[in-house]
Design a protein. Structure first.
Length: 121
DNA sequence: GCCGTGACGATTC
DNA sequence: CGAATCGCCACGG
């Protein structure tokens, strides 16, 4: 029932699209830390737009230098093999940053989970 | 302005 | 614990 488009807070103050906002957050992910799609979507005010976030990643411009390898799902699993050109690639990048994996090969979210936050600058 | 899509999420079997 | 299903929201055509 809340179809009121008057919220205005979604559109963000920069009038950038959801994708742009996602890229902005991903760019702010500190080294050795990881975040989840749902967390990013929630930070943007759309807890159910987790898929949309992933979509933004797929369309993420490489020239943005986005550490997309630091974005994993809520289970701590890395993106599908078809994505980064191989799951091992993403895992290597994270491991190189000091990220620890558990016996299941998943990122230890309790240790490396980073709460997405808009650039406070 | 409707339909399809998708690097997800949570629930259920 | 693993696989399957529905739901969700934003973007492109």
């Amino acid at each position: 029932m809340r179809q009121a488009p008057s919220d205005g807070e979604h559109r963000t103050r920069t009038s950038q699209t959801f994708f742009e906002q996602v890229w902005g957050i991903v760019a702010n992910v500190p080294e050795g830390k990881v975040t989840t799609y749902g967390a990013i979507a929630r930070a943007l005010g759309s807890p159910g737009a987790a898929r949309t976030v992933g979509w933004a990643m797929r369309a993420a411009p490489l020239h943005r230098d986005l550490p997309c390898h630091r974005v994993v799902n809520v289970a701590g699993e890395l993106s599908r093999a078809d994505t980064f050109g191989g799951t091992g690639v993403q895992q290597s990048l994270l491991a190189d940053e000091g990220v620890v994996f558990d016996a299941h090969g998943r990122v230890d979210m309790k240790r490396h989970f980073w709460m997405p936050q808009q650039d406070p600058s």
